[in-house]
Structures are given as structure tokens and as C-alpha cells.
Design a protein. Sequence first.
Length: 184
Amino acid sequence: MALTAGTYPLGPQTGRLLLRTSRSGVGRKVGHDLTIEVTRWSGEAVVDPADPASLSVTVSVEVDSLTVREGTGGVKPLTDSDRAEIEKNAREKVLRAAEHPMITFRSTGAEGTPEAFTITGELTIMGRARPIAVRGAVEGDRVRGGATVVQTQWGIKPYSALLGALKLADEVGVEFDLALPAAG
């Protein structure tokens, strides 16, 4: 399926937006590497295959929609109680959703081909806007890709526990896997 000119809606109805975290610190064996899904998000991509550099993408994420889907590693399996505590900490302590309910991305440029493209843009987290590059590719009827967010670049203190012995790594992977919808 080829990308045709048009405006494409983005959101949970078209695919998944995932965050992947890892652990660091001497207590990392206790914690889990997490897969967190954003369950409420929206955006659009404006595409013109005749002018790939004109690609425009906007995405808005509701911070309080972060949902822990999987936890790997650790001494014990992740429980429902662990998931609830992690979600609460991420929303309230780390990202302060009450003060900053949305994370947004707005593209500023694009280059490459459908098989390998880079979208540059501005990612705003907790009111702080910083440049970021998102890599991706069209694979059959899917668009897949991602970026790495270094939390401290946005003023985020990575979560820690056990008096700092267990820490969330500063780098968080952001991945998307979207169906190619019909252009509107």
C-alpha cells in the first residue's frame, strides 16, 4: 500500500504509541523494564508524496493515559498493584500531569524516502520544548518508527527508588506502529 497525498488522522484507532523504559543503578535487578502504552492521543499527518519535505505531523498525548502493559526482568513478576503504583508515580510525580496534562509534538521538517525517513520537530514535555528527531519507515500497510527521549533534557528527574539504588534510565524509547489509514 502506497502513501497517497492527503491528511491522515492519528490516534489509538490507527495504531499504538509505546514508551519503553529500562533500569539502571545497583538495585536494577529488583525493578522491571517497562512497556507503557499511551491510550489517549491524537494527531494528524499531512502528506504529499510529490514533495516529501512538506510532510507535517502533529501529535498530542494525554499524560494521565499512560498504562503499563508489560514489565520484564526483576526478581518478582509485575503485579496489578505494581502497575497501579508505577502509573501513579509516572503521572503525578515524574510528569506532573495535573500541571502539565499534555505532551505535544509538532514537526518542523522531514527528509528521506517512505522506506527510511526522519521527521524533525519540537517535543514539549512539562512545558519545555526541545528539538527531537523521529525515525521511521513505511513497511507494507504500516508506518513504524520511533525516537529516544533523554528525560533530563526536558527537566525530568528519572524515577528512582530504594534510596537511589534503583533508577529509571535517563533514555526512554518512544515507538509507534500505525496502520496506513485512508486519506481524508
